[in-house]
Design a protein around this ligand. Structure first.
Ligand SMILES: [Zn+2]
Ligand SMILES: [Zn+2]
Length: 138
């Protein structure tokens, strides 16, 4: 008998909800300056899932910004409470980045990497043992 991992979360007020099944493709911290500004924090904790296993409900406020690799990053926040919930465009992108702070059960987050250490403020202390990257892995 296999255990299917289930993840669920949403914004502060509950208007935007998500769920996902299976193991995350990757999970860690993004310390880029854009994530810092978007979140008002030192970093964004993220979990990547294939779009096919993610279900999202609720309208979002869509915030677009240029990415390191020259594309456009779309961050989705709740239009009511402002909570930052996930990245990527529903129905368009092949995967979604879920902001792990939106988990209902925060203990499910198991980070393995940290991105954009070049932008990380000295006051952000990361856990030991992460794979770290000055920007992003290739
Ligand atoms: Zn909300
Ligand atoms: Zn970032």
């Amino acid at each position: 008998m296999t255990t299917e991992h289930r993840y669920a979360g949403g914004c502060l007020c509950g208007a935007v909800r998500w769920s996902a099944t299976g193991a995350p493709l990757y999970q860690g911290f993004c310390c880029c300056a854009d994530c810092r500004k978007a979140s008002g924090s030192g970093f964004v904790p993220f979990m990547g899932f294939p779009a096919a296993v993610v279900t999202i409900t609720g309208e979002t406020l869509k915030v677009r910004s240029p990415t390191f690799k020259g594309g456009i990053a779309l961050r989705n926040a709740c239009p009511t409470c402002g909570g930052l919930v996930f990245g990527g465009e529903v129905g368009v992108d092949a995967s979604h980045t879920i902001y792990a702070g939106s988990l209902d059960d925060a203990t499910q987050f198991a980070p393995t990497m940290a991105l954009f250490l070049r932008d990380k403020p000295a006051w952000v202390a990361l856990p030991e043992g992460l794979a770290t990257f000055e920007t992003m892995p290739d």
